[in-house]
Design a protein around this ligand. Structure first.
Ligand SMILES: [Zn+2]
Length: 361
């Protein structure tokens, strides 16, 4: 499994949105193959620069025909973005938000990185895997840095929106399917995976509550210390949403599968974020659940949102093991339970496209 897949799989994950897309046709664009109202699904893609424009035109025309209205690109590729747009698909830039291992940043600002309950920094002691380099969400310098990143992405004319991935803390608990991979039992919050206990976080919490979280006997059981951390991530999202708003472009996020799981294992309080839409990664295999769980998870998310913004069910194609009847069932359950569409991660071929189209009528 490559690094990207691992992340996602680990639910460590990555991935995000949009309102039912209204295709914007540039003068040179071909008419989309589908009317706008049926374009409601999404795909996460790591663009390959080796793809030719002709290949991309053909591929994205087929996507559009299958009802895909938005693509989230994990890297900047003008060729991919423009080919998608010419086929009536919104092209969003998908970024890693809090997990940022860029060498320059590690070298210039190791003090911006989150520290666990043992005092170890992600700059020097990445948890679980070497690319886990989480920033501290409480530091104003970090917020400013992330706003600059958002600004640079959104100022490009071919970028239709900003999609946040890894917009959370390090997993204090991994999805249960992964415990055996690491040989760890996470039935309680272990200090080495519990973040952030840097000086800034501890001081800011102490200023509010009068106690340093490290002085608590059971910091993992403190509701207000949890809430403090939910709010730090929400604050990051709020700041990035302001940048998106200035550009009149949507902001979306890939989040953990249900509001409850997201708060419990990665401290994401996503039903309270100012987004345009959300893509919970409802990767049933990672939680040892069956396909029916997709509908249940969608219902939980939709209920939690109270109509604030649409939800698109993130589906992990490898979890279906090539069983298209199961995929069809998963898409139908998502839609029946209130999802505005699905967002696919994995290899999208013609069989997959035919299946989501079939499931959407
Ligand atoms: Zn911190």
């Amino acid at each position: 499994m490559n690094k990207r897949n691992f992340l996602k799989s680990v639910g460590l994950g990555s991935l995000a949105i949009m309102q039912p897309a209204i295709p914007t046709l540039s003068a040179s664009a071909k008419a989309p193959a589908q009317p706008a109202k049926t374009a409601r699904h999404r795909v996460w893609i790591n663009p390959d620069e080796k793809d030719t424009v002709a290949e991309l035109q053909q591929r994205y025309a087929a996507y559009r025909k299958a009802g895909i209205g938005d693509i989230f690109f994990e890297a900047d590729s003008e060729k991919h973005f423009r080919a998608a747009k010419e086929n009536g698909i919104k092209a969003h830039r998908w970024i890693w938000t809090m997990n940022r291992g860029e060498k320059e940043l590690l070298a210039s600002h190791p003090e911006w990185y989150a520290k666990n309950r043992k005092g170890e920094s992600c700059a020097t002691h990445p948890p679980y895997v070497g690319y886990y380099r989480w920033l501290c969400p409480s530091k104003p310098e970090v917020i400013n840095y992330l706003k600059e990143q958002a600004e640079s992405v959104l100022s490009k004319d071919y970028v239709d929106g900003l999609h946040l991935d890894y917009v959370r803390y390090c997993d204090v608990v991994l999805p249960v399917n992964l415990w055996s991979n690491y040989g760890i039992d996470q039935s309680k919050e272990l200090p080495e995976y519990d973040f952030c206990y840097c000086e800034t976080c501890r001081e800011k919490y102490k200023a509010q509550k009068g106690i340093d979280p490290l002085e608590m006997e059971h910091p993992d059981q403190s509701p207000s210390w949890r809430k403090y951390r939910y709010d730090r991530i929400t604050n990051v999202v709020t700041n990035l949403a302001q940048v998106a708003k200035q550009h009149k472009k949507p902001i979306t996020a890939a989040v953990f599968p249900t509001p409850d799981i997201a708060k419990r294992i990665v401290r994401q309080d996503w039903t309270n974020w100012p987004l345009d839409s959300v893509n919970p990664m409802i990767y049933h295999g990672f939680y040892k659940e069956d396909v029916n769980w997709i509908g249940e998870a969608v219902a939980e998310g939709v209920n939690g949102l109270h109509g604030k913004f649409p939800l698109y069910a993130g589906l992990y194609l490898p979890d279906f093991k090539g069983n298209m009847a199961d995929l069809e069932k998963g898409v139908r359950l998502a839609l029946q339970n209130g999802a505005a569409g699905v967002s696919l991660f994995g290899h999208v071929d013609s069989t997959v496209l035919d299946t989501i189209k079939k499931a959407s009528v």
